[in-house]
Design a binder for this molecule. Structure first.
Ligand code: VG1
Ligand code: CO
Length: 583
């Protein structure tokens, strides 16, 4: 053991703009590298926690491996030591997916019986990485979920008054080698435990799913599979689970080596950014791919999001969660005794609502962001939940979980094909989705994102839409002038949520226009961008008539889209004639 480490108190002053967004603090790397910027936020977080969750505690520090993570991990280790933390757990090479962090907090027991009470997760999720791109940091609590608003508000308040931070003069720890490094301080010892990034998570997945039946599906020569990690952290889990445990061929994995800059792309699993997978699956204009795989999936940088594809077929995330919920009890052993309830974020389509009604399940609609699901799960009210933004998950952890969603779909496919693996033709992803629509009706759905819009203009547009809500007759007159074939608005408001467990209220969670026929328009400002503002416009229309469920979704939604764009004066306010991304 080396010499006793010293703790230094460093003077500092507040840095602007350290308000955590929908999921942590996300800024350009160049901002995070400014003197004291990272240190201030970390100290503000320590100061926001009850002292027993810092002094003597065990914390996890890891992330998706993006540029600047390794430097940040060393700083956080030294600040943890100086603030009295007893031990820090680090995934090998600093890698842990966001869902794996949640699993580690909840499940991992250290050699000496220790359990973690929180985690710093270093990721900006689906935002690009690299010296000129984004870095991010968020704090998760003892239940494995993101810090609730009460805590993030406190962190932000602390960043505005901070005067000092504490840091120990420890040497850098080699985080590429598994093992424990101990240091002696004036108040006792401090350990850094570097452990295998995948084993806790893999163990949890094996306890949830029937790996045997999935293995049989993957072994069928009729079933072909492709997974794209977009160079995010999902790659290390994909190799362990899909190849080593389930026997998929190595060639089924693409972009599964994590890179600090995600190979220069957006690690965002949607039809725009997951280009290679989308082409392989035979999707996209003019695609001539001869024999696409039966099933394709992608995850984002920190592996909490997922995109599910069939051969030449896209599953909307809103449909995906509804379908998983509908099949869960039959196909996933973890849910065999029934679902406690289901939940979705407000802008997510109502496909899940219809399933909940049919199956007589408790149902909740919460604001955007995973932190809102945690309370419901901790109270035993919710088993499965999802967001339209490619997030799906369950109460096995307190984060959304990309690999879990892929395993859930493989479980459904294995179930549907269990007596059919040598048959003429497999039941496909498309078959499963179409059957679902035929039973429950179809929710046509699309989202338009206007990225990096002038922040002032975005605010004005939102204010305009709120003002408009004061008079429904006026709204309906405007709409009639735009399209006479669109039904009338019967309710217009800003979504407000009262947490049924702790009674806390979250206001201004999105502007809604609800139509008589069940259609909806929702407008929100993103809380995860790092530059300007991003306007999200969500458009949904319900179709019960089974003869009308097979239309192209952009075509089916065209009248509503026209109404949304003209009603909001999108082009007038933003100067944009088209969105940056359509999903
Ligand atoms: C977006 C999504 C939201 C998701 C959040 C974090 O937030 O809309 O549904 O929970 O990202 O996901 P916003 O405020 O930009 O709309 V992740 O994978 O970036 O942690
Ligand atoms: Co993510």
């Amino acid at each position: 053991m080396a010499a006793i480490f010293q703790i230094f108190r460093k003077e500092t002053s507040p840095c602007e703009g350290q308000k955590p967004g929908t999921s942590g603090l996300r800024k350009k790397v160049t901002v995070f590298k400014q003197p004291n910027y990272l240190e201030n936020f970390v100290q503000a977080t320590f100061n926001a926690l009850p002292s027993d969750k810092v002094k003597g505690a065990t914390l996890v520090v890891s992330g998706d491996g993006r540029y600047f993570s390794k430097d940040a991990i060393q700083v956080i280790i030294k600040m943890a030591a100086a603030n009295g933390v007893r031990r820090v757990w680090v995934g090998q090479n600093g890698l842990l997916s966001t869902p794996a962090v949640s699993a580690v907090i909840r499940e991992r027991v250290g050699g000496d019986g220790s359990k973690a009470t929180g985690a710093f997760i270093l990721t900006a999720s689906h935002n690009p990485g690299g010296p000129h791109e984004d870095f991010g940091i968020k704090y998760n609590m003892e239940n494995g979920g993101p810090a609730p608003e009460g805590v993030t508000d406190k962190i932000y308040a602390n960043t505005k008054t901070i005067k000092e931070y504490f840091i120990a003069d420890l040497p850098d720890v080699d985080i590429s080698i598994i093992g424990v490094t101990s240091f002696l301080g004036h108040e006792g010892s401090f350990d850094v435990d570097v452990f295998d990034s995948t084993s806790d998570y893999v163990k949890l997945m094996k306890s949830i799913f029937d790996f045997n039946s999935i293995q049989k599906l993957l072994a069928s020569p009729k079933f072909t599979f492709c997974f794209d990690a977009l160079h995010g952290v999902a790659g290390i889990y994909a190799k362990r689970i899909f190849v080593e445990e389930l026997g998929a061929d190595e060639s089924s994995l693409i972009n599964c080596t994590p890179k600090e800059d995600f190979g220069g792309g957006h690690p965002d699993p949607n039809l725009t950014y997951a280009k290679e997978l989308v082409a392989r699956m035979g999707l996209g204009k003019g695609n001539t791919q001869a024999e696409p795989p039966e099933f394709g999936a992608a995850a984002d940088g920190d592996a909490d999001r997922n995109m599910i594809l069939g051969k030449r077929f896209f599953v909307t995330p809103s449909d995906s969660v509804a379908i998983i919920a509908a099949y869960a009890v039959q196909t996933i052993p973890y849910f065999a005794s029934g679902l406690k309830g289901v939940a979705r974020s407000m802008p997510t389509s109502a496909a899940l609502d219809v399933v909940a009604k049919h199956l007589n399940l408790k149902f909740f609609e919460v604001p955007t962001g995973w932190k809102f699901f945690g309370n419901l799960m901790d109270a035993g009210l919710c088993s499965i939940c999802g967001e339209e933004s490619f997030g799906t998950g369950s109460d096995h952890i307190r984060e959304k979980d990309g690999i879990w969603a892929v395993l859930a779909w493989l479980s459904i496919l294995a179930f549907k094909n269990k007596d059919n693996l040598n048959g003429e033709k497999l039941v496909t992803v498309e078959d499963i989705v179409c059957q679902h629509w035929a039973t429950y009706g179809r929710h046509y759905y699309t989202r338009y994102d206007y990225e990096n819009v002038d922040a002032g203009a975005a605010k004005e547009l939102m204010a305009y839409l709120v003002n408009l809500q004061a008079s429904l007759p006026d709204v309906n007159n405007i709409i009639k002038g735009i399209r006479s074939d669109v039904s009338g608005v019967i309710q217009a408001d800003e979504f407000e949520y009262k947490d049924p467990v702790d009674g806390s209220i979250s206001k201004h969670q999105g502007i809604r226009y609800l139509f008589e026929d069940g259609s909806r328009l929702v407008f929100r400002l993103s809380g995860t961008g790092s530059e300007g503002a991003t306007i999200r416009l969500y458009i949904e229309q319900y179709e019960k008539d089974s003869s009308k469920i097979g239309r192209d979704s952009q075509e089916a939604l065209a009248p509503l889209v026209e109404v949304a764009l003209k009603l909001s004066k999108m082009q007038e306010f933003t100067g944009r004639s088209a969105p940056t991304v359509i999903t």
